[in-house]
Design a binder for this molecule. Sequence first.
Ligand code: ADP
Ligand code: MG
Length: 240
Amino acid sequence: RKSVIRITTGSQALDELLGGGIETSAITEAFGEFRSGKTQLAHTLCVSTQLPTNMRGGSGKVAYIDTEGTFRPDRVIPIAERFGMDPGAVLDNIVYARAYTYEHQYNLLLGLAAKMSEEPFRLLIVDSVIALFRVDFIGRGELAERQQKLAQMLSRLTTIAEEFNVAVYMTNQVIADPGGGVFISDPKKPAGGHVLAHAATIRLMFRKGKGEQRVCKVFDAPNLPEAEHVFQITPGGIAD
Ligand code: ADP
Ligand code: MG
């Protein structure tokens, strides 16, 4: 593996949970209910990735694939200011694309890989990785095909992460778990089944706490301690 870099999330507690921040050459997945902070972490990482490595950044550019239309350049400005960076320069180093179908999403990845071979990228965001698959393959009969296409996309993400030493941050949705098996108090589980579970290097579960407080837990990682940490969503991005 190329020399792995860890990029700060903006929260010490969250960084600790991750062993120092989100890792390059790896896929970090965040899943959780609506408004749990998945997209806000993406916004923060857009900035922190551009910090120099001695400031716990990645000294690199950012690629952002948005399937839900929730990227807000306006939100990046106060986050850049918090980290002492020039907002205009920060925005210039974010290559943004909105995807409208799962095929479009896949083709965007191919185009980005070409860009990454020419310029130093350290972060690829896919927010959300699964939403378009859930729209484009609706019926139960299509599930096998959906999972096959999803596997193809995830394999592409793994290749990009490793080939370009990029941190992939992908968000995932939660779905009702009729078995109620995952969380006793909240019968939901991450979408995407085994295919998605196996692609992620690390899976984070987000949930809402009081006010702007959020809770993050490392999900299903046998070699990491069962721990959860509280973080906040602030105008300057994710913080303690
Ligand atoms: P998800 O992507 O998990 O659905 P988001 O990351 O979009 O959730 O989180 C949305 C939440 O972020 C909002 O409910 C709000 O509490 C918080 N938020 C958004 N913008 C700001 C801001 N400028 N300052 C503080 N909190 C914010
Ligand atoms: Mg979101």
